[in-house]
Write a protein that binds this ligand. Sequence first.
Ligand code: NAD
Ligand code: UDP
Length: 319
Amino acid sequence: MDWNFASAVVTGGAGFVGSHLCERLLSLGTKVVCVDNFATGARENLWELLDTPGFSLVEADVTTWPADPPGDVDLVFHLASPASPRDYLRLPFETLAAGSTGTAWALDLARRHDARFLLASTSEVYGDPGQHPQREDYWGNVNPIGPRSVYDEAKRYAEAYTAAARREWQADTTIARIFNTYGPRMRAEDGRMIPAFAGQALRGEPLTVAGSGEQTRSICYVDDTVTGLLALAASTHPGPVNIGNPHELTVLEIAEEIRRLTGTRAPIRHIPAAEDDPRRRCPDIGLARAELGWAPEITSADGLARTLRWFGGPASRSA
Ligand code: NAD
Ligand code: UDP
């Protein structure tokens, strides 16, 4: 990968994906300004970074049009947004604002610095998909007024804004559609499937599988996702490009794998299905392979073992 960016701004850099991204950017020799208001992120995600030369933190809300971060900007990654269903359901207006006003601010910053801009969009733009696996030219099936719409539609708006900036300003933009990503630094209580199952299994509590558990997800380890985001940033591709792992599993299979890796005897407990929960989700990554030469490398067994080790799982320590 040809990497020519001296300085980057990462909105949402104190979050789960953002903190890994900041780390990798610094390891490539890129200076990083992280802009975050800690709505769903954590200062402890940045502990090691705060002392790293080239890293700085601006505590600010991107939806209130904050002052420009200091220094040059060659690249803007816009990740700031609540991302777990539990978070965006409790922060509906903040989520809508992060996708709309927050995206406008981040794009304006990129425009004024003539910087490349990458929007962290999501597989949620496909909604409950009518096409399987999902390719980038599929327009999606989203309930515009359901509870998840605050996230899905905010991201769809963010994509529309980014596409307009490219058309109207000739801005150098791209869009990553990120599929379910997991790994160290997910918040134990963020309600997403993997931290929920990991915490439950490690405490010996029943694993709460929503509905029948036959719904599918395709889970991508965070290191692979970050490599994909960097490859897309380094390219000239306008996106959208799916960044995800095409290995599709049912939610029940994921729960069973976590039971196996932790050695827990705790049972599965079925809980009511979430409203508008997508039934299938799997990326077609043909475009990312062809245009970026990228594909994920970490298997779910390996990635889950690493994640469980981080969450403190005894049975995974040898993995
Ligand atoms: P996260 O909640 O851990 O991180 C989001 C970060 O954005 C947090 O640090 C939060 O404090 C910050 N933030 C939120 N609103 C803000 C605001 N108004 N101003 C400044 N900072 C703000 O979530 P994550 O899983 O790391 O997701 C990061 C990005 O990637 C999000 O945009 C999300 O939509 C996207 N994404 C993630 C996944 C995934 O599986 N993790 C999948 C698809 C897309
Ligand atoms: N899920 C579950 N039990 C939980 C949390 C989530 O069965 O304790 C299910 C959820 O209903 C969905 C899948 O796991 O079908 C993935 O949910 P997550 O919140 O991780 O991400 P989503 O893909 O829905 O954004």
